[in-house]
Design a protein around this ligand. Sequence first.
Ligand code: HEC
Ligand code: HEC
Ligand code: HEC
Ligand code: HEC
Ligand code: HEC
Ligand code: HEC
Ligand code: HEC
Ligand code: HEC
Ligand code: HEC
Ligand code: HEC
Length: 291
Amino acid sequence: MARRRWIIAAVTMGIALAGLSLGLLGDEPQNKADGYVGAKTCATCHEDVVTSFKTSGHGLAMAARSKDLLDKACEACHGPGAAHANDPSKTNIQAVPAQQACLSCHPKAEALMALNLPAHARNNIQCLDCHAPAHTPAAAQPLLKAKPRELCGKCHATEAAQFLMPFSHRQGEKPFECTACHTVHGENRTGRLSMEKGGVCLQCHTDKAGPYIFPHPPRNVEGCLACHSPHGSPNPKMLNRYRVADLCLECHTDVPDYPAFHDLSKPRFRNCTNCHFAVHGSNHDSLLRDE
Ligand code: HEC
Ligand code: HEC
Ligand code: HEC
Ligand code: HEC
Ligand code: HEC
Ligand code: HEC
Ligand code: HEC
Ligand code: HEC
Ligand code: HEC
Ligand code: HEC
C-alpha cells in the first residue's frame, strides 16, 4: 500500500510539474464537475469547428503545451458547455468570449498592455479588436486580424497616412510597421514611447547616441521630436519645418540680433546647417560647426 501511495504522490507531483512547465500560462481551466464537458463532446455536433481549430495555429500551440489544454480549449473560451450540449441553444453558451477568457491562459497580457499603452487599456481596447485567435484565419502572426499596419491604421488613420507623405520611414516603397517602434504588450515596454535622451530612435540611429562634449540641448531635453516628425513629413529628413532656418529660428529668436554676423537678409546666412552642420551635437566645437 505504501508503495502505491508513493506512486500516486509521484504522479501528482508530475502533474504539478507539468503545470509549472506551462510557464507564462495561468491555472488550467476548470474541470468537468463545474459543467465542462471537453472538446470531444463539442465535436459530436461541431465536428468541423473542432477539427479546424485543432489544426489552427492556436490549436497546435495549445496541443504543444499539453493535450489536456487543447481538450479544454473550447470551454476555456466559450465557458462551460454541459447545459448547451444537453439542450443546444444560442442563449446557454458564450458566443464571443470575454477578455477574461483569454486571461485565464494569458494572465500577463492585460497588465502588459496597460503598461505599454495605457490609452488602449483606458479606452477598453480588447484582445479580439486585434487578434483572430480561433476560427477565422489570422492575416498575420501572432494571430492578428490584419497585417500590423492595417490593423493599427483602422483606428489610427492619421498616423498611418503620415507614412505616405513624401518623407517617411520606408524600406524601399514599404512603410515601416508600427511595431518597429511601438510594442503593444511586450515585456520591454516601448509602446508609449519615451523620448528621453533620444528614446526609441537610438535603437536604430546609433550614430546619434552621443554622448557629445557639446550636445545640442533640444536633443536631450525634448528628444528628436523637437525637430523631426516620426511618422512622416512633407519636408526632407522628416523635419518639422520646410526651411531649416525656420526650424532653427523657432528657438534661436535672438539670432537676428547679430546683424554684423548673421545677416539674414543675405542668402548665405539662411542655410544655418551650411555652417552649423553638427546639429545633433559636436565633440569639437561648441558652436556645432564641426563634428
Ligand atoms: C448536441 C449538439 C451540440 C453540442 C454537443 C454542442 N453544440 Fe454548440 N451548438 C449546437 C447548435 C444546434 C447550435 C446552434 C443553436 C441555434 O442556432 O439556436 C450551437 C451553437 C453554438 C455556438 C454559437 C452560438 C451563437 O450565438 O451563434 C457556440 C459558440 C457553440 N455552439 C459552442 C459549443 C461548444 C464550445 C460546445 C462544447 C462544449 C458545444 N457547442 C456543444 C449544438 C451543439
Ligand atoms: C481562443 C478562444 C476560442 C477557442 C479556444 C474556441 N473558440 Fe469558438 N469562437 C471564438 C470566437 C472569438 C468566436 C466568434 C467568431 C469568430 O471570431 O470566429 C467563436 C465562435 C464559435 C462558434 C460560432 C461561429 C462558428 O464559427 O460556427 C462556434 C460554433 C464555436 N466557436 C465553437 C468552438 C468549439 C467547438 C471550440 C473548440 C474546438 C472553440 N470554439 C474554441 C473563440 C474561441
Ligand atoms: C486554454 C488556454 C488558452 C486560451 C483560453 C487562450 N489561449 Fe492564446 N495561447 C495559448 C497557448 C498555449 C499559446 C502558445 C504560446 C505559449 O505557449 O505561450 C497561445 C498563444 C497565443 C498567441 C500567440 C500566437 C503566436 O504565434 O505567438 C496569441 C496572440 C493568443 N494566444 C491570443 C489569445 C486570445 C486573444 C485569447 C482569447 C480569445 C486566447 N489566446 C485564449 C493558450 C490559450
Ligand atoms: C492593439 C492591438 C492588440 C491588442 C488589443 C492585443 N494584442 Fe496581443 N499582440 C498584438 C501585436 C501587434 C502583437 C505582436 C507583438 C507586439 O508588438 O507586442 C501581439 C502579441 C501577442 C502575443 C504573443 C506573445 C507576445 O507577447 O509577443 C500574445 C500571446 C497576445 N498578443 C495575446 C493578447 C491578449 C491575451 C490580449 C488581450 C488581453 C491581446 N493580445 C491584446 C496586438 C494586440
Ligand atoms: C480598435 C481600435 C484600435 C486599434 C486596432 C489600435 N489602437 Fe491604438 N489607440 C486606440 C485608442 C482609442 C487610443 C486612445 C485615444 C487616442 O489617443 O487616439 C489609442 C492610443 C494609442 C497610442 C497612444 C499611446 C498612449 O498610451 O498614450 C499609441 C502609441 C497606439 N494607440 C498605438 C497603436 C498601435 C501600434 C496599434 C497596432 C498594433 C494600435 N494602436 C491599434 C485604438 C486602437
Ligand atoms: C520610427 C518610429 C515610429 C513608427 C514606425 C511609428 N511610430 Fe507612432 N510614435 C512614434 C513616436 C516617437 C511618437 C511620439 C511619442 C511622444 O510624443 O512621446 C509616436 C506617437 C504615436 C501615437 C500617439 C500620438 C499622439 O498624438 O499622442 C500614436 C497613436 C501612434 N504613434 C501610432 C502609430 C501607428 C498607428 C504607427 C504605424 C502606422 C506608428 N505609430 C509608427 C514613433 C513611431
Ligand atoms: C527600426 C529602426 C528605426 C527606428 C526605430 C528609427 N529609425 Fe529613422 N531610419 C531608419 C532607417 C533604416 C532609415 C533609412 C536610412 C536610409 O535611407 O539610409 C531611417 C531614416 C531616418 C531619417 C532620415 C531620412 C532621410 O531622408 O535621410 C531621419 C531624420 C530619421 N530616420 C529619424 C528618426 C527618428 C526621429 C526616430 C525616432 C522617432 C527614428 N528615426 C527611429 C531606421 C529607424
Ligand atoms: C535641433 C534639431 C534636431 C534634433 C533635436 C534632431 N535632429 Fe536629426 N536632423 C536635424 C536637421 C536640421 C537635419 C538635416 C541636416 C542636413 O540636412 O544637413 C537632421 C538630419 C537627421 C538624419 C539624416 C541625416 C543624418 O545625419 O544621418 C537623421 C537620421 C536624424 N537627423 C536623426 C535624428 C535623431 C535620431 C535624433 C534624436 C536623437 C535627431 N535627429 C534630433 C535636426 C535635428
Ligand atoms: C527646440 C529648440 C531648438 C531648436 C529647434 C534648435 N536649437 Fe539650437 N539650441 C537650443 C538651445 C536650448 C541651445 C543652448 C544654448 C542656448 O540656450 O542658446 C542651443 C544651442 C545651439 C548652438 C550653440 C550656441 C551656443 O551659444 O553654444 C548652435 C550653434 C545652435 N543651437 C544651432 C542651431 C541650429 C543651426 C538649429 C537648426 C538646425 C537649431 N539650433 C535648432 C535650442 C534649439
Ligand atoms: C556662414 C556661416 C554661418 C551661417 C550660415 C549661420 N551661422 Fe550661426 N554662427 C556662425 C559663426 C561663425 C558663429 C560664431 C559667431 C561668434 O563667434 O560670435 C555663429 C554663432 C551662432 C550661434 C551662437 C550665438 C551666440 O550666442 O554665441 C547661434 C545660436 C547660431 N549661430 C545660430 C545660427 C542660426 C539659427 C543660423 C541660421 C539662421 C545660423 N547660425 C547661420 C556661422 C554661421
